[in-house]
Design a protein around this ligand. Sequence first.
Ligand code: COA
Length: 273
Amino acid sequence: MPTSPAHSSAFADGKILMGKTGDGVGTITFNNPDKRNAMSLEMWEGLGEALVALRDDQDIRVVVLTGAGGKAFVSGADISQFEQSRHNAAASEAYAQKSAAQRALLAAYPKPTIACVRGFCLGGGLQIAMYADMRFASEDSQFGIPAARLGIAYGYEGLRNLVSLVGPSQARLLLYTGMRIDAAEALRVGLIDRMMDADQLMPATLDIARTIAANAPLAVQAAKITIAEVLKDESRRDMDAIKRIGDACMDSDDFREGRRAFMEKRKPRFKGR
Ligand code: COA
């Protein structure tokens, strides 16, 4: 069984790599280690293409996001593009629009996503990790949003996930100071869900991803949809969506298969319908 992703496609001139483990797990790797995987607009585009390809691949049930090079997940937006494309409010708005579709894709991704973080996870990189359903990180990883050091304002979209993960006071501490925190602190405040030895991180992440991939896809989707609705303002909550996926689950072949497999003391084989 492979322990690290095999890369099968490349986007953004190879700065975004996409792979499949062969057992239901898709991987996306930010691959510009010389710049600590800083996100250029081209990489955002490539990320979107990889996300769409894995979303539309029936064999893929879980997506793992990771960074190449061992030193960073993503060190934030590529600051070298700021002088030209993010130098004032209007340019900044246009800049944000260029990655809006990809961010929306990540925010509403229909399959479970896991950010597997090694090294620096900063600014826009942390934002990407926070869009994922879960974050696993190595002991040597570091997290922060240095926006105040650069003079950048983080908008609603950027901060909603942070506040919901760590609460308002920890969010203020991170934002007001621009400080970096280590993995132990990130675990303590709820920014990450697991902390592991660096050499165990990817194999352990893939193990969990495979466990999810082997479960009934509709049941996993029901959990994902319902938890997302719980996090929305009550006025915007779609209770019908929860009912629909609940009914789809309970009427599914997979539920029948799950019951039978249990009674027959064998592993279930789920089809996602
Ligand atoms: N944008 C553009 N280039 C970046 C970058 C970013 N966000 N982060 C790192 N790089 C580049 C550096 O400029 C450097 O390039 P060089 O080799 O041409 O000089 C290279 O990546 C390596 O970075 P370096 O600072 O030498 O490595 P390090 O391991 O000592 O530190 C960081 C890594 C990530 C802590 C540090 O580079 C950093 O603070 N980056 C900026 C992070 C940031 O502010 N992100 C938020 C942006 S909104």
